[in-house]
Design a binder for this molecule. Structure first.
Ligand code: GDP
Length: 200
């Protein structure tokens, strides 16, 4: 499950513009500021790998990175950007939903959830939508190095609460992993997990 090489392949404005070969892929998804760029950069060990535009109004794209010439890691636009207009949010959903529902080579979605804050409704809604559409999901909890005193400050507590909130959505709870792009926690485990899913 080692990353020997990774290269940026392309940015696609629509699902039908994505690469057309049969390589398996994993999509990385999460709220803006969840730590998605940091995690992608840590996974493939590049400084400027994740290019997803964060500003509302900028074209949102699906970015494909080819890893070891054999599988793709896909950076999707972040959702829930606080300053985005209602119409920008709607665009995001039809755009991203189109990708999820039409991408045959999609092996799984890594749903990033910030473990340093209490569960957010938008993340729960997202997990709910993916579950209803039978899209294979792994919860990737980010910022697990970050702990504060007081309610909602401890990653373990926030993760437990998130799992409990979501537990009725799936017949079996999705796999999950704790990560930190600061300490490197979970990096090897997540790469191993993805290699197991690819060979399944
Ligand atoms: P994105 O908007 O989801 O791509 O998030 P970024 O990767 O740009 O990260 C958003 C902010 O969270 C930045 O200030 C990062 O330095 C910080 N951040 C990202 N990952 C971690 C992490 O694992 N631990 C901590 N403590 N901060 C992180």
């Amino acid at each position: 499950s080692r990353v020997k090489e990774a290269e940026f392949v392309k940015s696609s404005a629509r699902a039908r513009d994505c690469p057309k070969d049969d390589r398996p892929e994993f999509a990385v998804l999460g709220r803006s500021n969840v730590g998605k760029s940091s995690l992608i950069n840590a996974l493939i060990r590049r400084k400027e790998a994740a290019l997803t535009s964060k500003k509302p109004g900028k074209t949102q794209t699906i970015n494909h990175f080819l890893v070891n010439k054999s599988w793709y890691l896909v950076d999707l636009p972040g959702y829930g950007f606080a300053a985005a207009s209602q119409s920008a949010r709607t665009d995001w959903s039809s755009f991203t939903k189109g990708y999820f529902l039409n991408r045959d080579t999609l092996v799984g979605v890594l749903l990033l959830v910030d473990a340093s804050i209490p569960p957010q409704k938008i993340d729960i809604d997202c997990a709910n939508w993916l579950g209803r559409n039978n899209i294979g999901l792994t919860y990737v909890f980010t910022k697990c190095d970050k702990s504060k005193k007081g309610k909602g400050g401890r990653p373990e507590e926030n993760i437990k609460e998130f799992q409990e909130t979501i537990s009725s959505l799936y017949p079996e709870p999705p796999p999950w992993i704790m990560t930190s792009s600061v300490t490197g926690l979970g990096r090897d485990g997540l790469l191993l997990h993805m290699s197991q899913l690819r060979n399944y």
